[in-house]
Design a protein. Structure first.
Length: 206
């Protein structure tokens, strides 16, 4: 058997639940010749959504539903891929925009969630995950400008004045109070994910 990672020769190295295991002679990684993934019933997808909305971590969901953590991660990605972005047809509304800082893998690898909400309804208009660059900020700002906003409230980040007209742009430490409450809630969810499953330490997809 050839190694799945480095394509070098593997040797037999014990069994796991009657399944033959192999070890690569070069990279020393263990593997199987074939992997059989059990079929996950559809009702468990519904439970994944419910438990995820209740802030259960990936490890907790896997333990409660008797499925592996990697299967839970694949299920969440599959569910997320079916979500369609809502189309807003509103005008002359006020919006709040802010950034939430987290990290992937280690604290030196910053990851930002830049997003905007409707000040009156609290609906999330748009967001982007990545670095806090002008291009990423502009992506969310353009979504707001396409709605002909009455006001856009932000913090004192120096990127905003270059992208938003001073006529509709308002900057004040108390301008984004509603958004800061949302940020506190989202930070709690992210910290829960990081504590229970480590998903934000390893993947920006999750």
């Amino acid at each position: 058997m050839r190694c799945n990672y480095c394509k070098k020769q593997c040797i037999k190295k014990g069994k796991y639940k009657t399944i033959q295991r192999y070890q690569c002679k070069d990279c020393k990684k263990y593997q199987q010749q074939k992997y059989i993934r059990p079929i996950i019933p559809e009702y468990k997808y519904e439970w994944v959504i419910k438990l995820n909305n209740e802030c259960c971590g990936i490890s907790s969901i896997g333990r409660l539903l008797s499925i592996s953590k990697s299967s839970v991660q694949r299920m969440i990605i599959r569910i997320a891929s079916t979500i369609q972005k809502p189309v807003y047809k509103e005008n002359n509304q006020s919006y709040e925009m802010d950034e939430l800082r987290t990290y992937c893998s280690n604290k030196n690898n910053e990851c930002w969630i830049i997003y905007a909400i409707n000040k009156a309804t609290g609906d999330v208009i748009d967001f982007i995950v990545g670095r806090r660059t002008k291009e990423n900020v502009k992506f969310v700002v353009d979504s707001l400008l396409s709605l002909n906003p009455k006001r856009i409230y932000t913090d004192k980040l120096n990127i905003y004045p270059r992208l938003i007209s001073s006529i509709i742009h308002k900057v004040n430490k108390n301008c984004v109070n509603i958004l800061h409450r949302c940020v506190s809630l989202y930070a709690y969810y992210i910290n829960s994910l990081r504590f229970f499953a480590g998903c934000f330490r390893y993947s920006t997809v999750l």
